[in-house]
Ligand binder design. Sequence first.
Ligand SMILES: *[C@@H]1O[C@H](CO)[C@@H](O)[C@H](O)[C@H]1NC(C)=O
Ligand SMILES: *[C@@H]1O[C@H](CO)[C@@H](O)[C@H](O)[C@H]1NC(C)=O
Ligand SMILES: *[C@@H]1O[C@H](CO)[C@@H](O)[C@H](O)[C@H]1NC(C)=O
Ligand SMILES: *[C@@H]1O[C@H](CO)[C@@H](O)[C@H](O)[C@H]1NC(C)=O
Ligand SMILES: [Zn+2]
Length: 614
Amino acid sequence: MIPIMLMFILKISRLIHLKLSPIPPLLASNDEKHAKGAQQWQNTITGVGQRFSSVHEFRESLRKYAIAHQFAFRYKKNDSHRVTVKCKAEGCPWRIHASRLSTTQLICIKKMNPTHTCEGSVVTTGHQATRSWVASIIKEKLKVFPNYKPKDIVNDIKEEYGIQLNYFQAWRGKEIAKEQLQGSYKEAYNQLPFYCDKIMETNPGSLATFTTKDDSSFERLFVSFHASLYGFVQGCRPLLFLDSLPLNSKYQGTLLAATAADGNDSVFPVAFALVDAETNDNWHWFLLQMKTALSTSCPITFVADKQKGLKESIAEIFEGSFHGYCLRYLSEKLIRDLKEQFSHEVKRLMIEDFNAAAYACRPEIFQRCIESIKNISLEAYNWILQSEPQNWANSFFQGARYNYMTSNFGEMFYSWVSDAHELPITQMVDVIRGKIMELIYTRRADSSQWLTRLTPSAEEKLEKESLKVHSLQVLLSAGSIFEVRGESVEVVDIDRWDCSCKDWQLTGLPCCHALAVIGCIGRSPYDYCSRYFTTESYQLTYSESVHPVPNVDMPLEKDSSQVAVTVTPPPTRRPPGRPTTKKYGQQDVVKRQLQCSRCKGLGHNKSTCKVVEC
Ligand SMILES: *[C@@H]1O[C@H](CO)[C@@H](O)[C@H](O)[C@H]1NC(C)=O
Ligand SMILES: *[C@@H]1O[C@H](CO)[C@@H](O)[C@H](O)[C@H]1NC(C)=O
Ligand SMILES: *[C@@H]1O[C@H](CO)[C@@H](O)[C@H](O)[C@H]1NC(C)=O
Ligand SMILES: *[C@@H]1O[C@H](CO)[C@@H](O)[C@H](O)[C@H]1NC(C)=O
Ligand SMILES: [Zn+2]
C-alpha cells in the first residue's frame, strides 16, 4: 500500500506537471497533443475475449478507449447483460459487442471490428465526455485545489484530452466529483483518533487531541507540534496572539489559533484548533490545551479579543499573564456600541484618536487623545473610560506587547488554512503541518547565513534609531542616570534599561536617546538589546523540526481486542447556496493591513508583489 501522503505528493507533482507542462508548439498536430493525456487509455479495450467485472466497467473502458482513439460511438444495445456499440461516423464499420457470461456478473467482448474508415474527428465535440467521466478526471485535483473553477476545468480538459466541454458540463462534473469526495470527509473524521496518535508518535512532545459529543460526532481538535512549542518557549518573546477564522467548508467550523512573533517579526505558528464555533467554551478548552502543551511558567502576554470569554479564561488559566485587548476588535466594538449617529468621517477621526490614545506612551498624552474624543462625543469618551485602558493603552499596560496592538498578527497562517479548508479534516491538518514544516526548514536555512548579532529586522530598526543620535546631546547626571537633549528632554537610566520616552521598554531595542548614552560611555548597543532579537534566539526558535506523518490511512485490520473509537462528522451546517466569505465588521473604519492576493504576504498588494513567479 502506498502511504496516502506519498500518493498525495505524487498526485500533486503530476498535477503540477500537468499544469506547467509547456504549451505545445502551435504546429504540433492535434493528434500528438491530445494523445498525451489519453495515451494511457489506448489499450483499455484489447479485443475479443477481454473480460470486465461489470457492464459499468465495460462502458467506462469503452469511453476511455474512444477518447484515446478519438472517435465517437453510439449504443445500439445498452442493457445490463448486453452492450452493442458502433462508431458514430456514417458508414464506418467499427463495432463492438459484449455480453454477460451466464451465471456471473462478468462481461466479455464477443465480437469486435477494430477498423475505422472514418476520420475520427467527431470526438472533439465531446459526446463521450459525460459528467461522470469529467468527475473521474478532476477528482484528484479537486482534493488538492478545492476551488478548481469550471472555467479552468474546461480549459484543462481541452488542453489534455482535446475535448471541448461547455461550462455546464464542467460544473456538473465538479458537483459529481464533490459528492464522491464526501465519502472521504466522513472517513477523515473516523481517522482522527489514529491520526492524533500518529502525530504524537512521529513528533514526540507534540499535543494532538480531540473531543466528541455524546453522539460521538466530532466536537473539537487541538494540534500543537513539538517544534512549535519548543521554538516558542526557547526563542520567542513570551507573547501570543489569539484569533479565529471561520471556515466555509462542508462541516463548517472555525479555526482558533495561537501565533507568536519570531525575533525577525515574522509569524511563528504555535497551536491551532478546529471547533464548531467561536464560543466561550471553545476558547476555554483551547487555552487549557495550550497550558498543558506549554512547559513554561513564564508569564505570557496575550493579544486577543476581550470578548468571547477570553478575558476570564486567560486570567483563570494563565494566572499572572497579561492580556492586551486587541485594538481592532475594541474599536469595532466602540463604533458598534455608540447610540449616537456619526458620519463616516467623524467615526474615522474618533478611531484615529482612539488609536493614538492606545499608542501613547505617557498618561498625559493618553489623556489629551481621549479629551479630543470627548469633544466629539461624550458617549464615546465614557465608553473609553469604562473599557479598562490598563488592558490596551501603552501608558498603563503592564505586559510586554512590543507595540503589537492587534490580534491578527498571524494572517499568513490563517491564509494557509483558508487555502486548505475544503479538504477532509485530516488532510487539512496535514497540509498545515507540511506548511509549518517547510517554514521552519526555510527559516532555519536562511538564518544560518546571518552574520549579524541581531536578526535583519532588528538590525534595521537599530540602524534607523542610530541615525537620529547625532542631533542629541548627552549630559551626565548621577550614577547611571543621563539627560538627553534634542527636540525633547529625556532621562535615560542605562542600568535599568529605561528611557522616559518609553520606546526602549516598549520595543526591547534601545531608543535614540539610549543609543546616544551608550555611545557616550563607549559600550556596545548590542549589550542593551532584548535577547529575543539575537540571531542566536532566532536560530533557537527554528532549531527543532516538524516531522512527516507518513501514513494518514488507518490500518485496515483493526485489532479486535481493541475497542475502536469512532468519530462521526459534525452535523453539516453550511446553508445551501453560495458560501459567504468572512468580512471583519467596520472594515472601512478600521484600518487593516494590506494583503497580497498573489503571495498572501502582508504589507503589499498584487501590483507591488516581489515574489518570483514560478
Ligand atoms: C446505458 O445504460 C446505462 C445503465 O442503464 C445508463 O446509465 C446509460 O445512460 C445508458 N447509455 C446510453 C447512451 O443509453
Ligand atoms: C476640546 O474642547 C475644549 C473646549 O471646548 C478645547 O479647549 C480643547 O482644546 C479641545 N480639545 C481637543 C483635543 O480638541
Ligand atoms: C527578516 O526581516 C527582513 C526585514 O524585515 C525581511 O526582509 C526578511 O525577509 C526576513 N527574513 C525572514 C527569514 O523572515
Ligand atoms: C497597490 O498599492 C498601491 C500603493 O500601495 C496603490 O497605488 C495601487 O492602486 C494598489 N493596487 C491595487 C491593484 O490594489
Ligand atoms: Zn528614549
